[in-house]
Design a protein around this ligand. Structure first.
Ligand SMILES: Nc1nc2c(ncn2[C@@H]2O[C@H](COP(=O)(O)OP(=O)(O)O)[C@@H](O)[C@H]2O)c(=O)[nH]1
Ligand SMILES: [Mg+2]
Length: 433
């Protein structure tokens, strides 16, 4: 059976983040491999940087060795104590690790810290205990000791894999053709509260295809949101100058009541009656008498898939009114057979999320919790909830972010195809003009 750490997910995450976004691999667990300094060093010497963690009742105390541990070489050691989410640190002198972790023969009382592995006894002098904000631990018993190898989360192999995936996704989106070429481009509607990241998502997609970060769509910082204009954005392929096979349609933010996108406008957007740059009016939905109303939209003018965009950090604050509004819109979408997804943005700013987590974001526990919360609150299937980190203030593209953006986009293209396929299957001749 695999040896498992006693650290909780939160404790491990706190330590990984504290030591600069590291990945922990458990090398040694005293209760499994024997309480013995001899076995500890046998398993953990020459393994690169390591963290030794001691569990003493509800305290977690440890030693971080930044350079590979050698049995007879002095190395710099940082002690730490973890309490809740707070880490206290105490740099001590450089030591030969066997001086600090021993089996009883070498323990010295003048040391700031030492561990008798055989007797399961930890000793911290008064000064060290104070720096670690611990009670004075003069020769006190501990219950467990674990040692982890600490590696950078993004090693060369991981990065190579990401670059390969990046190329594959880019090519899949570039060469995508809507079902039976029914339309030249599929139209993806972005809906959601103000400041959710709708306009930033378009900017991010454009940046990926441009090969540099661009900020065409105005991105808001005001509580009211900056845009009350409907925008439909196409992106040109930089290689052949043709338009990419999708259009992103950016809307005014949804509000609980009064202000914001009028729910009655959505039906008109879906059917293609509203044109680019239409000025929304919260109080007055569009009517066929409006001068910009498109009376006879074609299939290419319609929306083919919708994405509800939310800031992942705001999920728990979504009000009852907003939930009711989103459910009402969803009912409209379901009625006209329109596939839809949720797009969670701002995942980079979630607490404790490191860049390494973005490489496997759907397995990351706090992100999973968010997906479950969205599923529970709004009823979306977990597989229809996508996660991205938009380009906001950075100037350089990042293949890890690109992969999330491209994966989300590819999913939207796939479900748009489902819509087109469904239309042809139903043989809706009026729409297939
Ligand atoms: N950290 C972070 N900030 C984001 C992300 N997406 C959007 N933002 C920021 O959130 C704010 C609102 O974004 P915006 O695209 O205007 O939202 P919209 O009202 O839905 O169009 C802006 O300050 C953006 O820079 C993201 O994925 N991560
Ligand atoms: Mg916007």
């Amino acid at each position: 059976m695999a040896v498992r750490t006693r650290l909780t997910w939160m404790q491990e995450k706190n330590l990984q983040t504290y030591f600069g976004g590291k990945q922990f691999t458990l090398l040694y667990k005293a209760s499994v491999h024997e309480f013995s300094a001899y076995y500890l060093f046998k398993r953990c010497c020459d393994q690169g940087p390591i963290v030794v963690v001691i569990y003493k009742e509800h305290y977690v105390v440890g030693a971080y060795m930044k350079t590979s541990c050698k049995k007879e070489e002095k190395i710099p050691i940082v002690l730490f104590a973890l309490e809740e989410n707070t880490i206290s640190e105490c740099k001590i002198s450089s030591y030969v690790p066997t001086e600090l972790f021993h089996d009883g023969s070498r323990g010295r009382n003048d040391l700031e810290f030492h561990i008798n592995m055989r007797k399961q006894v930890m000793t911290l002098n008064l000064d060290t205990s104070e720096k670690l904000r611990l009670p004075h631990m003069q020769a006190s018993p501990f219950q467990e000791c674990e040692v982890f190898r600490c590696e950078d989360l993004l090693d060369r192999r991981t990065l190579e894999g990401i670059n390969e995936l990046h190329e594959r996704l880019l090519s899949a989106v570039n060469t995508y053709k809507p079902h039976k070429n029914l339309v030249p481009q599929v139209r993806i509607l972005l809906l959601g509260p103000t400041r959710a990241g709708k306009s930033s998502f378009f900017n991010s997609v454009k940046s990926v295809f441009r090969g540099h970060v661009t900020h065409q769509a105005l991105v808001g910082s005001e509580a009211t949101g900056v845009s009350d204009t409907y925008r439909t954005y196409s992106i040109k392929d930089t290689v052949d100058g043709n338009f990419l096979p999708f259009v992103l349609c950016d809307t005014m933010g949804l509000h609980e009541r009064g202000k914001g996108l009028c729910v009655d406008d959505i039906a008109y957007i879906l059917k293609g009656h509203i044109s680019d740059r239409y000025q929304f009016n919260s109080m007055k939905p569009i009517t066929p008498s409006h001068c910009n109303y498109i009376h006879y939209p074609l299939l290419k003018d319609r929306i083919h898939c919708a994405a509800f965009v939310f800031d992942v950090n705001s999920v728990k604050y979504i009000s009852h009114e907003m939930i009711a509004k989103i459910k009402a819109i969803r009912r409209q979408l379901i009625k006209c057979g329109m596939p839809h997804v949720v797009l969670l943005t701002h995942v980079d700013s979630m607490q404790l999320i490191t860049k390494g987590d973005l490489t496997d974001i759907y397995r990351c526990i706090p992100v999973k919790h968010k997906l479950e919360a969205v599923h529970k609150k709004l009823g979306f299937a977990l597989s229809d909830i996508l996660v991205v980190s938009n380009y906001t203030s950075e100037w350089e593209l990042d293949p890890i972010k690109d992969v999330l953006i491209l994966s989300a986009l590819r999913h939207m293209l796939w479900i748009s195809d489902d819509f087109l396929e469904d239309l042809t299957a139903r043989g809706n001749k009026d729409l297939l003009v």
